[in-house]
Design a protein around this ligand. Structure first.
Ligand code: CO8
Length: 250
């Protein structure tokens, strides 16, 4: 692959956007490579996925402005659809996805992180949705996912001003889960991923789905979904082995 560096360490997969000279801006080729990697991850035995950017400066500075400068509405729609395909796949993947934000996460870069389940950041991270400064609105789910994660007032603040916020401010808004020193960001993210990987992949996948569905469902529907999903867990061998091991004090 030209733009994504994929590394496997047991059940943890790290996807690094490798376009540091353009601050890991995402062109159509980056999107295509993401689709291909995610298609594999949907089926393989990996348990936790980490997304990060190469270099010291950026997670991703967003969609490719040079490319967007050359297109009209028809191509823009295709570009947006491709971006949505990637981010929806990440959101629907029945495995946890963690973004390790090691610098700028702007526009589509921030939206990529928003589609992840957990966001860790280094102190030099700067997040934002600067699209309106370029005459466009957020186009890869920013208006919808930001709203759901930090609420409408904060989402509108970031979208209307296009301002970049520090890792500390993002943390105070609940936009990032935790901040780690730059030199430890990836190792701490991997340790956290290993903590998750010890648990039942099936139960985690179902839990992810329930939380995601619950954001758009009323409480009654969400709770009913939980009952059916919970009882489904009882049909797995993994559940039987884990409970048996506990009862037999293994
Ligand atoms: N696209 C393409 N190239 C980029 C991008 C980008 N988003 N960001 C940076 N680069 C390139 C620069 O052009 C430069 O290239 P070169 O060295 O060849 O001139 C290189 O990366 C380094 O960048 P800078 O020299 O600008 O680095 P600075 O440290 O001076 O500045 C910034 C860093 C502040 C991050 C600055 O680069 C910047 O403001 N970048 C743009 C950030 C931005 O506005 N992102 C949002 C883009 S819009 C978007 O993401 C929409 C998503 C939805 C799309 C929907 C599809 C229709």
């Amino acid at each position: 692959m030209a733009y994504l560096k994929v590394e496997r360490d047991d059940e943890i997969v790290q996807i690094m956007i490798d376009r540091a000279d353009k601050l890991n801006a995402m062109n159509l080729d980056v999107m295509d490579e993401f689709i291909s990697v995610l298609d594999t991850l949907e089926r393989d035995s990996s348990k936790v996925i980490i997304i990060t950017g190469s270099g010291q400066k950026a997670f991703s500075a967003g969609a490719d402005i040079e490319y967007m400068n050359s297109i009209g509405s028809t191509e823009a729609e295709k570009y947006a659809l491709r971006g949505h395909e990637v981010l929806n796949k990440i959101e629907k993947l029945e495995k946890p996805v963690i973004s390790a934000i090691n610098g700028y996460a702007l526009g589509g870069g921030c939206e990529l992180a928003l589609s992840s389940d957990i966001r860790f950041a280094s102190p030099n991270a700067q997040l934002g949705q600067p699209e309106v400064t370029l005459g466009i609105c957020p186009g890869w789910g920013g208006t919808q996912r930001l709203l759901r994660i930090i609420g409408p007032a904060r989402a509108k603040d970031l979208i209307f001003t296009g301002r970049k916020i520090s890792a500390d401010e993002a943390f105070s808004m609940g936009l990032v889960n935790k901040i780690f020193p730059s030199e430890n960001l990836l190792s701490e993210t991997r340790s956290y991923a290993k903590l998750i990987a010890r648990n039942s992949t099936f139960a985690i996948g179902i839990s992810k789905n329930l939380v995601n569905k619950g954001m758009d469902a009323n409480l009654d529907t969400g709770l009913k979904l939980e009952i059916y999903s919970w009882s489904l867990c009882f049909s797995t061998k993994d559940r039987q082995e884990r409970m048996k091991a506990f009862v037999e004090k293994k």
